[in-house]
Design a protein around this ligand. Structure first.
Ligand code: FEO
Length: 165
């Protein structure tokens, strides 16, 4: 496999682990603000992102290429309202989609069909990731800034997220 592609996949591992860290920081924000359901959703999301990083890790390990772990950047220390946080989630996921698409283009350019096929799973996953953020933003719009609407979403919607959702 080309050095360029190995480096780009290792970079993506770092981005996925950063995503895990970012969502964990958002979970801590919600835990500190008495929104345990939102915090639960973020903890499940954080685990999912760890899984994405590991999926790339296992791919490199399976084909005998080096996994190179780099420092994970610090996530922000402060976050805003649930709506502001989910706008950040959507923006972040759109950036991850662009990164996956660039990786796919690179695999194609470098003539690496097995990496293209491996990336199909991530391309599908990003459709789901962006949809999830948009759906929650729609629900937050309906709730407005009314605390009972936010409390309902916290208890009955986001707090109900299962570990594999
Ligand atoms: Fe790993 Fe949220 O994409």
């Amino acid at each position: 496999m080309s050095e360029k592609l190995i480096a780009a996949i290792n970079e993506q591992i770092n981005k996925e682990f950063y995503s895990s860290y970012l969502y964990l920081a958002m979970a801590a924000h919600f835990d500190a603000n008495a929104l345990p359901g939102f915090a639960r959703w973020m903890k499940v999301q954080s685990q999912e992102e760890w899984g994405h990083g590991m999926r790339f890790y296992e791919y490199l390990a399976d084909i005998g290429e080096p996994v190179v772990l780099k420092p994970i950047a610090l996530p922000p220390l402060k976050f805003g309202s649930p709506r502001e946080v989910f706008n950040q989630v959507l923006e972040h996921e759109i950036a991850v989609t662009a990164s996956i698409n660039a990786l796919f283009e690179l695999a194609r350019k470098e003539g690496d069909p097995k990496t293209e096929v491996m990336l199909h799973w991530f391309i599908d996953e990003q459709v789901e990731e962006e949809k999830n953020a948009r759906d929650i933003l729609d629900q937050l719009s309906m709730a407005g800034d009314q605390s009972f609407g936010i409390a309902f979403l916290d208890r009955s919607v986001l707090g109900a997220r299962k570990a594999d959702d």
